[in-house]
Design a protein around this ligand. Sequence first.
Ligand SMILES: O=C(O)CCC(=O)C(=O)O
Length: 262
Amino acid sequence: MRRHDRNTDFRWRASSGPRRRLSEAQARQYDEDGYFLLEGVFSADELAAVRDAIDPMEREGEDILRQRQGGKTFIAKADAITFTIHLVKRSEALKAFSRHRVFSDIVHDTLGAGARLYWDQAVYKKPGNPEEFPWHQDNGYTFTEPQQYLTCWVPLNDATLENGCPWVAPGLHQMGTLHHELTPLGLECLKSPADTVPVPARAGDVVVFSSLTPHRTGPNLTGETRKSYILQYAPDGAVVHEADGRSALANDPDRQYYVDTS
Ligand SMILES: O=C(O)CCC(=O)C(=O)O
């Protein structure tokens, strides 16, 4: 397991109280294992509104993907897996959802005050997709500093072992950003790590993990699309280092706005 070239002196910063939503056990699990499951925080109506907002944009994106050679671009593939990004720019309902009290509480309890939405995307894993999404850290895709930010993986329908729920490799977040290799299915930082944990989650739950927590999702061997909406939050002042050498503050007002943690 190799560290990312830029990951020189990383130190995991533990969260501290007082907390608004996380139990003592969840805060400890986040710090020690790099993840926890927050159960039953969204109603069926809230999730239906999120799905109704995302579905047409996802369909439109997949139609465009189908016109590309092989129905593919980078890691997205029509009828297999789609990534629909920056949805808050196109939907007031999703913008409001990104500011939901549940997220501002999680941000408060993990990152502390002064954070922004960093990224949002829907990932739809289509029926009968036999391919996994490989082990990676979110900070392995675009190196961002601080390296330690927050991912909230929101299942829009139940995420199970059969349809491609997340798996995590507990504890490795404390090593900082790992070296990732490009594979046909995405960037990969671990091949077949030992001691991994599946995190099945029901619609209404949130799988909370760090940008540094290695995770994957399994194949979807069912007849239904597995739908997730992923919201990431980073400390104000976070800097994104692009692969082409440019660096920029993550403060696009249209999609990287402050989250009120007061
Ligand atoms: O939802 C998925 O299947 C994978 C998404 C993921 O791990 C990511 O976008 O970082």
